[in-house]
Design a protein around this ligand. Sequence first.
Ligand code: MTE
Length: 300
Amino acid sequence: MAYRWKNTLTAKDATPYSAFLNRRQLMAGLAAGGIAGSLPFGARAQEALEPNTWEEITTYCNYYEFGTGKEDPARYADALTIEPWTVRIDGLVDKPGDYSFSDIMSQMTIEERIYRFRCVEAWSMVIPWNGFELADLLNWVGVQSSAKYVAFETVLRPDEMPGVAYPVLDWPYVEGLRLDEAMHPLTIMATGLYGRDLPKQNGAPMRLVVPWKYGFKSIKSVVRITLTEDEPPASWNVANPREYGFYSNVNPEVDHPRWSQATERQIGSGLFAKRVPTLMFNGYDEVAGLYEGMDLRESF
Ligand code: MTE
């Protein structure tokens, strides 16, 4: 597996894990060295980003297949079998098939991406993902010219997932992106966290991460990727189209019908932390061109 370091702020590769955890000094050092200024991806949004702790990222989760409590995924996801793992890639692709996770990993270049992560529930974290660009995977299987969307599906295993006994959503969890969103270099399939394998509660062995969209678009434990001509169903949009749109771009000006999206609570900032303003596209302005000419209040 090859590594490329496009936008790391941490030089984690050359740093023992214990030192990596001592990130305050590390981040301060890198900022002083001016590295952040030359970052090609999400550079502005990454300025002064300090990742949340391993503990925070892995114990405050949403993975409803394991229960709706924030701590349920960490408690129950251990039961999920992730070896072997196969991803079916089908629809409008040149090389449809069942690809093993290890086959995919052998073809992809893993890099670190420190991204803001903004949940529709108005909390946020900063997460140091490891993963590969979804575009690389899609190019590897060959996208046909008629494809316009990408559909994703999470594994469904009632024996291993206590939460699917409840009809919170229409299982399996499904999501979708427009093809240009899926091909954008910010869009990754995450396979790790802090340089370690992705924990099961965070969507092992691989999950989507689309940093300019609300977190629910970042579907976990993906077993199927289908290229389609028509807009695919997305679980929360299907469950409540008035509250959750297909696009779900982070947008401080479009409130959720039941709460404001103007500010967010940064997880880990303490009990009495003040809320900070939410940024358009979660700060990833480079995606704005994808939505030129669209009314983002209507297409929310
Ligand atoms: N994917 C699946 N399959 N099931 C889920 O319940 N929750 C979503 C998203 N992906 C979810 C999912 C929501 S609402 C959020 S905010 C993020 O995962 C949470 O990711 P994290 O727990 O790794 O922070």
